[in-house]
Design a binder for this molecule. Structure first.
Ligand code: GAL
Length: 700
C-alpha cells in the first residue's frame, strides 16, 4: 500500500505565550456539583496545572437529546479555567454515546465473534464502521467546533479517546462490508487475496469479495486462517483510524489553527492499534501510560516512552494520562511507592515528553473508577499525593525556566526494532510455541542493554533505524522483501546488526519463507535455520532448556541451524544430551557482509543471560567500546539536548532497590529522593530517586 503522508507537526500554544512544559489532567467537572468548580480551580492553581482535557465522556450532557445541545455548563467551566490561565484540550466528546442514540439505533452497537451484541453499560460500545454512528458523531464534532471556534482558551482538540481500547474488533455486518472494501483496496482482485491468505488450504478459496468474512467464531479448538487474521488486525486499526480522521477533519475544517491529537496506548505490552501508522495522522503525538508495578516498573516505562518518542519522530510529545498512585482495573491495585509519582513523570520528560498529565483531576465518588487514584484524592488537599502533585508542578515550572521545553531526546547508540504486524502475526495460534511472541522480546533486550549500562532506543520498523551504529531485530517474525533490502544496504554500508531466533519466519502476509529461516536476510547472517526446536519448561525427560557453551541457558525456543556459510564464525553452541539432537549445534554466530557485520542469536535467553552474552556479541561485532563509553548499570541515564546542541539535560534514575552514588556532570536542577553532597560534585539517589542536571557547552 502507498506510503501515508505525515501531517505537519504542530504543538499547542500556551495561553500566556511562553514556551513551557504543560501540566494537567483529565477534568470531569460534569461529574460534580457546580459548587466544587471554584475549589477545583483554586487547587489546580496551587498545583501549577496549566491545561485540562475536558469533555472526554460528556456527550450525554452536551447533547441530552437528539440535536439538542447544551453548551452552557461547558462554557461556564471553560471560562473559569481560561481566566485562571488554564488552557483547554477539548474532547470531541464522542467516546461514549448517550443512551438515546443507542436506544434509537441499536444497529450501531459492536458485535463480538459470536454475533452477540456489546450492550451499553460502560463505554466505547460503538462500531467504527457504522455509517449511522459516524453521522451522529460528526454532527457532534461540527457542533463542538462551531461553538468553540473563537474561544480563546481552546489550545488543542482531543479527538475521541483511546480508540480501540474497548472496540478494537467488531464482527458486525458493517464491519464485514468494510473489511471487504478494505481487502478490495489492498488486493484489487480476489485471486491476490487467495494467494495472500493461502486459501487453497482447507478449501477456503474465494471467488468474490462478498465471500470475505471477519474471523467470526469457528467453533472451539479450530484454527483461523492466519493471513485473514493478520489482515483483520490491520483492517481494524485502519477502520478506527478512518473514523478518527473523519472526526479530525470535521474539527479541522472549522478550527484550522487548533492542533489536534488523540491519546495512544503505547506500552511494552500494548498492541491494540498500529500506533506508528497512526502517528502520521496527528499534529502531535499523545500517549496514555499506566505503569506495571514491580521489578519492571521503570524499565517498562522507559521502553514505552522511547517507542512513543520514535513514533513521534523525535518531536516533543504529550503524556496525556498516567496515574498518581493506584489504578482500579487490575486484580490487586498497588499504590505507588513514595517518590514514584515524581520519578515516573521525570522519566517521561527525559524520554521526550513536553506535557505531563494525569487521569484524572478529582477522584470520582461514583462510577466504575471511584477507586482509581487522581491528583486530588478522596481524602482531599492535605494528603501525600496532593503534596507530591504540587511539588511536581513546582519542578516542572523550574525545568521550564531552565529551558527544557522544546529540547529533544538524545539519540542512543542502539536501535531495538519493534513491529506491530509482527506482534499480531506471531501471537496467533497454531504456531511452534504459544509461549513466544515478537512483542515480548524488545523489552527483554532493553533491560539487558541497561544492565550493560547502554540505553537503547526503541524504533518502529518503519522509522530510520539505519541511522544507528547497532540495530537489533528481536524475534522480528515478519520480514518482507523491502525490509530485507534495507537490512542488506545497512550492513553493506558498515552497519552492525543482531538478528535473533523467531525472525524472518514469514513475509508480510504471514506466508512462511521457504529455503530456510530467516528468509531473505539469510545471506547477511551466513546461515540457514532448518527447523525450530521449541522447549517445554517443567517437563523433565523432554527438551525443557538447553545449556550453551558460554554458560547461559536457553529456554522456550532454539533454532536448528542446519547450514553455516564458510565465513560464519560460531561464538557459542549447545552442550546437550545426544537425544536432543542439539549437542554441538551453533547457537550464536557472527558473519561479515560488505563493510558491516551481522550476528545471530539462535535461542531465547532471559534478560539476565542476555546481559551476560551481550559483551561477547558487541566484541564479535567490533563495537566493544560501546560499553566502556557508557556509565553505571545501576542508573538509567537519559539526555535531552537543545537544537543548537549547546545545552544538555541529563536525567539520572536509580534502577536498584538500594541508594546509589552518582557523580554530577552539571548543575543539579531538580531532585526527587536525591541529595547533593556538600561539595556539589556528587549526589545520592535513594530508591525511586531521580535527578535532573543541566550541562552547558558543546559535547566533546
Ligand atoms: C484510560 C482511559 C481513562 C481512564 C483511565 C483509567 O484507559 O482513557 O478514561 O479510564 O484509563 O486508568
Amino acid at each position: 500500500m502507498s506510503k501515508p503522508t505525515r501531517r505537519a507537526y504542530r504543538w499547542p500554544k500556551h495561553l500566556k505565550g511562553q514556551q513551557s512544559l504543560w501540566y494537567g489532567c483529565d477534568y470531569n467537572p460534569d461529574q460534580w456539583p457546580e459548587d466544587t468548580w471554584d475549589e477545583d480551580i483554586r487547587l489546580m492553581t496551587k498545583a501549577g496545572v496549566n491545561v485540562v482535557a475536558l469533555g472526554v465522556f460528556s456527550w450525554s450532557r452536551i447533547e441530552p437529546s437528539q440535536g439538542v445541545f447544551d453548551f452552557d455548563w461547558l462554557d461556564r467551566i471553560i471560562d473559569k479555567l481560561g481566566r485562571a490561565g488554564i488552557g483547554v484540550n477539548l474532547a470531541s466528546a464522542t467516546a461514549s454515546p448517550p443512551l438515546w442514540l443507542t436506544q434509537a439505533h441499536p444497529e450501531v452497537l459492536l458485535r463480538d465473534e459470536r454475533g452477540d451484541t456489546v450492550w451499553p453499560g460502560a463505554r466505547q460500545h460503538w462500531r467504527p464502521t457504522s455509517p449511522i454512528f459516524r453521522s451522529y458523531a460528526l454532527k457532534l464534532c461540527r457542533a463542538m467546533a462551531e461553538h468553540y471556534r473563537n474561544n480563546p482558551y481552546l489550545v488543542a482538540w482531543h479527538v475521541g479517546n483511546e480508540y480501540g481500547c474497548h472496540n478494537r474488533f467488531d464482527y458486525s455486518d458493517d464491519a464485514m462490508r468494510a473489511f471487504q472494501r478494505w481487502c478490495r483496496r489492498r488486493y484489487k482482485d480476489i485471486d491476490a487475496v487467495n494467494r495472500a491468505w493461502g486459501t487453497d488450504f482447507w478449501s477456503q478459496r474465494l471467488s468474490d469479495f462478498s465471500q470475505i468474512l471477519p474471523p467470526r467464531f469457528i467453533g472451539q479448538g479450530n484454527f483461523q486462517n492466519p493471513g485473514r487474521m493478520l489482515d483483520f488486525e490491520r483492517f481494524s486499526s485502519d477502520a478506527l483510524k478512518d473514523f478518527y480522521m473523519a472526526e479530525r477533519d470535521t474539527l479541522a475544517e472549522i478550527t484550522p489553527d487548533i492542533p489536534l491529537t488523540t491519546n495512544f496506548m503505547v506500552s511494552a505490552g500494548g498492541f491494540a492499534l498500529d500506533y506508528d501508522d497512526w502517528g502520521n495522522q496527528v499534529d502531535f503525538v499523545a500517549n496514555d501510560h499506566y505503569v506495571t508495578p514491580g521489578r519492571d516498573h521503570l524499565e517498562e516505562l522507559a521502553y514505552s516512552s522511547s517507542l512513543v518518542d520514535a513514533i513521534a519522530r523525535r518531536r516533543p510529545w504529550w503524556l496525556m494520562e498516567q496515574s498518581t498512585s493506584a489504578v482500579n482495573w487490575r486484580p490487586v491495585n498497588l499504590r505507588k511507592e513514595p517518590g514514584q509519582l515524581e520519578r515516573d513523570s521525570l522519566a517521561h520528560l527525559a524520554l521526550g515528553a513536553d506535557a505531563i498529565c494525569y487521569f484524572q483531576w478529582r477522584q470520582s465518588r461514583a462510577g466504575a473508577e471511584k477507586f482509581h487514584s487522581a491528583m486530588l484524592p478522596h481524602a482531599g488537599e492535605d494528603t501525600a499525593v496532593f503534596r507530591d502533585v504540587c511539588q511536581l508542578g513546582r519542578d516542572l515550572q523550574g525545568l521550564s525556566q531552565a529551558g527544557l521545553a522544546g529540547t529533544t531526546l538524545a539519540k542512543a547508540p542502539v536501535a531495538l526494532v519493534f513491529d506491530y504486524a509482527s506482534q499480531w502475526a506471531s501471537s496467533h495460534a497454531a504456531s511452534p510455541s504459544d509461549r513466544v511472541e515478537h512483542g515480548q522480546e524488545p523489552p527483554v533486550w532493553y533491560r539487558a542493554f541497561l544492565d550493560n549500562a547502554i540505553r537503547p532506543d526503541v524504533l518502529p520498523v518503519r522509522a530510520a533505524w539505519e541511522e544507528y551504529p547497532l540495530v537489533v531485530l528481536p524475534a522480528l517474525y515478519l520480514i518482507d522483501a523491502d525490509l530485507s533490502k534495507r537490512l542488506h544496504k545497512y550492513v553493506h554500508g558498515g552497519g552492525r546488526l543482531i538478528v535473533t531466533w523467531g525472525s524472518g519466519i514469514a513475509d508480510e502476509q504471514d506466508r512462511v519463507w521457504t529455503g530456510g529461516y530467516p528468509g531473505p536476510p539469510r545471506d547477511l547472517l551466513g546461515l540457514s535455520v532448518e527447523e525450530c526446536a521449541p522447549m517445554a519448561p517443567g517437563t523433565p525427560g523432554l527438551l525443557d532448556h538447553l545449556d550453551l557453551t558460554n554458560g547461559v541457558r536457553a529456554q522456550d525456543w532454539a533454532d536448528v541451524i542446519g547450514h553455516l556459510d564458510k565465513g560464519t564464525k560460531v561464538l557459542a553452541g549447545y552442550r546437550a544430551d545426544p537425544w536432543t539432537g542439539m549437542d554441538g549445534m551453533p547457537a550464536m554466530t557472527v558473519h561479515d557482509w560488505g563493510h558491516g557485520k551481522a550476528a545471530y542469536l539462535g535461542c531465547r535467553l532471559d534478560a539476565q543471560d542476555l546481559a551476560k552474552v551481550l559483551p561477547a556479541l558487541l566484541e564479535a561485532l567490533d563495537i566493544a567500546d560501546m560499553r566502556s563509553a557508557q556509565g553505571d548499570p545501576d542508573l538509567l541515564r537519559v539526555e535531552r539536548v537543545s537544537g543548537d546542541d549547546r545545552t544538555r539535560f541529563v536525567f539520572l534514575f536509580n534502577r536498584t532497590r538500594h541508594p546509589v552514588q552518582v557523580q554530577l556532570e552539571g548543575q543539579a536542577l531538580v531532585g526527587s529522593l536525591a541529595s547533593v553532597d556538600g561539595d556539589g560534585k556528587q549526589a545520592s539517589l535513594q530508591v525511586n530517586g531521580a535527578l535532573v542536571q543541566r550541562v552547558v557547552g558543546h559535547r566533546h
